[in-house]
Design a protein around this ligand. Sequence first.
Ligand SMILES: Cc1cc2nc3c(=O)[nH]c(=O)nc-3n(C[C@H](O)[C@H](O)[C@H](O)COP(=O)(O)O)c2cc1C
Length: 317
Amino acid sequence: MTEDTRTSKQPTLQINLGGLVMKNPVTVGSGTFAYGEEYHQYFDVSRLGAVTVKSLSLEPRPGNKPPRLVETPAGMLNAIGLQNVGLDAYLREKMPFLRAHGCTIIGNIYGHNPEEYAELARRLEAEGGADAIEANLSCPNVHDAKNARGCQLVAQDPALVRRYTETIRNATGLPLFVKLSPNVIDIAESALAAEAGGANAVSLVNTLTGMGIDPETRRPMLSNIVGGLSGPAIRPVAVKLVWDAARAIQIPIIGMGGICNASDAMQFILAGATAVAVGSYTFRQPDAAIRVIDGLEDYCARHHVERITQLVGGMQL
Ligand SMILES: Cc1cc2nc3c(=O)[nH]c(=O)nc-3n(C[C@H](O)[C@H](O)[C@H](O)COP(=O)(O)O)c2cc1C
């Protein structure tokens, strides 16, 4: 897509996210939108700034045993365990739908080591499967023997974040986004490591580690015992982490965590996010992301803002 040259008073929502031009700043949280096709019955998915697909691995993954989703007072706990169709089936069966509808695609990837991430990024680029790569370095649900670090997250070690990012960077010319974990002491350190490794943006945040126990059965609510908390419950935490990271790094941020409407999205933008993702709320309201796009346009018009990019980091103190 070329730069927007409209001259009318209609606000422009177009952004440049670390080299990925998006017609608006709104995408969806990986894993909450599958590969887009199911949502097309509710709205034209190409209206999204980008479709972020479910984390893709080289081989298909069955994920964890049920129960793997539990509702919480203001969100949900999930331990899906990165279930996905695998790269080949994505390229063959899922990606053509998104391409046929003219969607901008953020290919979210997950691997057991840096080389697997690099291979995923390389093939997605070579086979036209993505317009940008989002490397999920922060999934808390995988207890995998092949993962030498057990259940610790790559995103919890800044040196590893840098090494993984560098390896993926060397494998692809596509814009590279690194998805970080909120389960760290200092998010600025993680974000700086991604930036130093060559990331073009960071995605903040993945789910917060959590668990629930059924007092009657005395059993864990999730088969995996531990899962990730998402939804409105985590929004204030996520906004704060975006704000912390924005003051440390130069590269843009994709903000997410409990966004339900345009006001929520504006909190992330004012805290320093250039783009936003709607995740769990899509389960309650399938077209939530579209409502966010319309609401952001309305916000800009009401506040006489010509370009949404003028609002990034615009919190007034
Ligand atoms: C059911 C479910 C599955 C998810 N799967 C993934 C995934 O495969 N890869 C990933 O990077 N993030 C995954 N996430 C995290 C979301 O993309 C998002 O970062 C997080 O849920 C916070 O946003 P939200 O509160 O709007 O849901 C998943 C979240 C949920 C709720």
